[in-house]
Each structure stands twice: as structure tokens, then as C-alpha cells.
Design a protein around this ligand. Structure first.
Ligand code: SAH
Ligand code: F3S
Length: 433
């Protein structure tokens, strides 16, 4: 009888894809099948995030619970970014953990499984040409890694220390994977990397010269691919050629993530982001001008060390000017191994909370303004998920979440929907064709 594993995934889309790789390895190379019930699992995995401090705390409380609820003899493995940066420290703090597997060592899951107290966290390990087995959570959308690691050294960010140096995955492998997924029904291809538009900067074996714009073109040439999304691009590398391809290529979804982090050029410099407020505003304005109807999302950190009231006002000014359709905002969290944790001028927590609240409240007002005019519009929705009560959910090209009455037969189809009701981030509609 097959053994059972239970997996919990925290963090970003890259972690989601890493978990899919882990599942593929366990089911193809070992006799495992997935379970949703922790108590019956022979193997319990947690795929962790370390980008802010909170998820790290969460890890230790979660695995404590796993240890209490697990069945006799079940193994517990800690994977992902926190595994990379804490390594054997995890087993010291939680001795019941059986192995630790870093974010850049996923292909070794079937090895560590059989080595008691194994710790595989080498961040120089090259997995860029490893052929993982096939597993996808959704048959309609295929996540595909295009690079691993990150070469930027943003002063607040732990990712380069957990995922290592940036290596691009050979284009032929990406295209092959996209073709296979699309032929089996995934109309949408979601390209993943920490810094996708820096694609082609370094390959680990000889490769033709290629950048992200070229890669987008190659993937869009696959006939069965109807939608392409990607995350995260870096504002610094949003050159005209990239924006032109984004605007021109009908298969590229018109939703762009532009992680701002701060609107103050002085703070951006201390963050080592490589661009100024003016560059960011110029790129965003150019994007709005070239792509009518585009939606722009962003990430913002408030209360970075030495952020003054004036610096914060600069961030608020960018929000007024760009009118982002979505903002992921965070209070700065000092991370080990990063230079910013030792910077002078750490901002008191209550000031950080105030700034975050002001930003979020102002953005909520803007979303209320933006949603006016949505009702009555007819949009193309790619339905991907069943929802309780005989409903389906999907997204428009520009990433608006839309729900409608419907069942399985709508899944995997791009359908015209008339919006009948809306709140800030999602809408209700009826299928019209
Ligand atoms: N490569 C991605 C970033 C990955 S981290 C990108 O450029 O978009 C995801 C987000 O977490 C970042 O964009 C940043 O806004 C936030 N973040 C990273 N480190 C942080 C820290 N120390 N404190 C608070 N937020 C942080
Ligand atoms: Fe982090 Fe900056 Fe890379 S935010 S993931 S170091 S682009």
C-alpha cells in the first residue's frame, strides 16, 4: 500500500511550484500519495518562507503541532527558505524534525527522506537543468520556473541568502515544459523567478544569447498557450523593448507587477533597488499609455530604517500618481544576513503601523473609486476553480477575480461574463456567451 504524505506550503508562488516539484518526486520515484489528513500521514512536510519574521515564528509553532498530532513513526521534514537559512539550527530547536531541505535543493527530497537528520541546504547547488517529474495542482494553469536564485542584493531581503545566485533555466527546457502543459489543457502559463526580466543573465552551461523579451516571444509561439503571466519583474529592467513586447503580444496578460518598495529616491538608494522615484513613475506612466486597461500591482515596505515622514509622503505620492490596482504592503521586518538590519534609524513599531494603516486606508478609498463603472461591463474570464454553492471563479486578462454561477463544464474555458456586482478586489457576474 502506498505511504501517505501531507504538505503545507507557505510564502510565494515559487514555493508553490517547489511544492509541486516535491510532490512530483515523491509520487514518481517513491511509493507515496498525498493526503489532506495530517493524522494519517507517514511523512509531514512544511515548505517555509523567511522573507519576514512572522512566518519563521509560525514555522516553529506549526511543527510543534505536527509533532503532537502525527501518527507513531511519521517523519517531519522542513523545506524551503527558512530551511536554507537556519539549516541544522532547526533540528537543534526542534529535535523531532527528521530532515531539513533548502529551497535550492528540492530535487534531493528522495535522498534526504532516507537519511536520518539529513540537512541539505547548499545554496550553490545547481538545479537549473534537473528534470522534475510532472505534477500540477491546477490542470488549467502551469507554473514554470525560468530562473532560480536572485543576484540583486536589496539591503532588506533575505532571498539571495536562501535561494543563492541567479541562474536562468535553458529556454528549450522552459518551452518544452510549457508546450507539454499547454497541450494537456493549461491555457495559461505562469513564468516564475525572483527577477524574471533579468532572464538570460547567467546560464550554467553554454546557451544562445537570450533575454526575457525573447523568452516571452518563444513561449507565445506555442499555439495552445492562450495566456502568459509572470512574476516578479524588477522595475529597473523594464526597458522599452520589454514594455513594447508586453503591449504588443496579445497572449501576455495585461497585468503587471511593479514592486516599488519605496517612493523615496533616498530610501530606494539605501534599499539598493537601482532605480529612482522618477524612473519608476516614468515606467508606470509609459505602461499606462501603451497598454490601455492594464492593471498594475505593487509591493511596498513602510518604515524601512531611517524612513522619515517626508520619505513616506513620497511613497504616498507615487500611490496617488500610479493608482495601483493592487498593493501588497508590509512593515519592514529586520532579517538575519541582510545589511539593513544594522542600519541606523530603525523606525519604532508604532510609527510603522501608523504608516501602514494610512497607506492601506488611502488605497482602499482608491479601490472604491476604481470599482465604479465596472458593473455592466462584459469581460473575458478564464475559469479555473470550483467554489461552494455551484459557483466558479476565474480571472480576467488584467487579473480581476470574477465569480459566477456554473459548474465543471466552465472550467478551463475563457468565457464572456457580464459584471453584475463588485467589491474592491473581486466581482460577481453572469455568463453571457
Ligand atoms: N523578487 C521579488 C521579491 C521577493 S520578496 C520582487 O522583487 O518582487 C516579496 C516581497 O516581500 C518584496 O517585494 C518586499 O516588498 C517584501 N519584503 C522582502 N523583504 C522584506 C523585509 N525584510 N521586510 C518587509 N518586507 C519585505
Ligand atoms: Fe529580494 Fe530584491 Fe531579489 S527584493 S528577491 S533581493 S530583487
Amino acid at each position: 500500500m502506498a505511504k501517505k504524505f501531507y504538505i503545507e506550503t507557505l510564502g510565494c508562488a515559487m514555493n508553490v511550484r517547489d511544492s509541486e516539484h516535491i510532490i512530483a518526486e515523491l509520487t514518481a520515484k517513491e511509493d507515496f500519495e498525498a493526503t489532506e489528513r495530517l493524522e494519517e500521514a507517514d511523512l509531514i512536510l512544511i515548505n517555509t518562507c523567511s522573507v519576514r519574521e512572522k512566518p519563521v515564528h509560525k514555522l516553529f509553532s506549526e511543527i510543534g503541532v505536527f509533532n503532537k498530532r502525527k501518527k507513531e513513526g511519521a517523519k517531519i521534514g522542513v523545506c524551503g527558505c527558512t530551511a536554507s537559512h537556519l539549516g541544522e539550527e532547526i533540528i537543534k530547536r526542534a529535535p523531532f524534525v527528521d530532515f531539513v531541505l533548502g529551497a535550492r535543493n528540492v530535487s534531493k527530497i528522495t535522498e534526504v527522506l532516507h537519511k536520518p537528520k539529513a540537512v541539505e541546504v547548499d545554496i550553490d547547488y545547481d538545479e537549473s537543468r534537473y528534470a522534475f517529474g510532472d505534477f500540477r495542482t491546477s490542470p488549467y494553469k502551469a507554473y514554470i520556473n525560468i530562473s532560480i536564485g536572485c543576484d540583486k542584493q536589496c539591503s532588506f531581503c533575505i532571498v539571495p541568502h536562501t535561494r543563492g545566485e541567479e541562474v536562468s533555466i535553458p529556454a528549450d527546457l522552459i518551452v518544452q515544459e510549457a508546450r507539454k502543459a499547454a497541450k494537456s489543457g493549461a491555457k495559461e502559463i505562469f513564468l516564475l523567478g525572483q527577477n524574471v526580466n533579468n532572464y538570460g543573465r547567467r546560464f550554467s552551461s553554454p546557451h544562445e544569447k537570450m533575454d526575457f523579451t525573447d523568452l516571452l516571444r518563444r513561449v507565445s509561439e506555442i499555439e495552445e498557450v492562450e495566456r502568459i503571466r509572470f512574476t516578479s519583474p524588477h522595475p529597473l529592467h523594464m526597458d522599452d523593448a520589454f514594455l513594447e513586447e508586453f503591449a504588443r503580444n496579445p497572449k501576455i496578460c495585461k497585468s503587471m507587477h511593479m514592486p516599488l518598495q519605496s517612493g523615496s529616491s533616498r530610501i530606494l538608494k539605501r534599499m539598493k533597488r537601482g532605480y529612482t522615484k522618477e524612473w519608476f513613475l516614468d515606467r508606470a506612466a509609459r505602461l499606462r499609455e501603451m497598454v490601455p486597461g492594464v492593471s498594475i500591482s505593487t509591493d511596498i515596505i513602510v518604515a524601512f530604517p531611517a524612513e522619515s515622514d517626508e520619505d513616506f509622503e513620497e511613497t504616498m505620492d507615487v500611490i496617488e500618481k500610479v493608482r495601483f490596482e493592487q498593493i501588497y504592503s508590509f512593515k519592514y521586518s529586520p532579517r538575519p544576513l541582510t545589511p539593513a538590519k544594522d542600519y541606523a534609524g530603525q523606525v519604532p513599531a508604532d510609527i510603522g503601523s501608523e504608516r501602514l494603516k494610512r497607506l492601506q486606508n488611502r488605497h482602499a478609498e482608491m479601490l472604491d473609486e476604481m470599482k465604479d463603472g465596472r458593473i455592466g461591463r462584459v469581460v473575458d474570464v478564464y475559469f479555473e476553480e470550483l467554489r461552494p454553492g455551484g459557483r466558479v471563479a476565474g480571472r480576467t486578462d488584467n487579473n480581476l477575480l470574477v465569480q459566477a454561477a456554473g459548474s465543471e463544464e466552465l472550467l478551463g474555458k475563457i468565457v464572456k461574463v457580464k459584471i453584475t456586482d463588485t467589491n474592491r478586489l473581486s466581482s460577481e457576474g453572469v455568463v453571457v456567451a
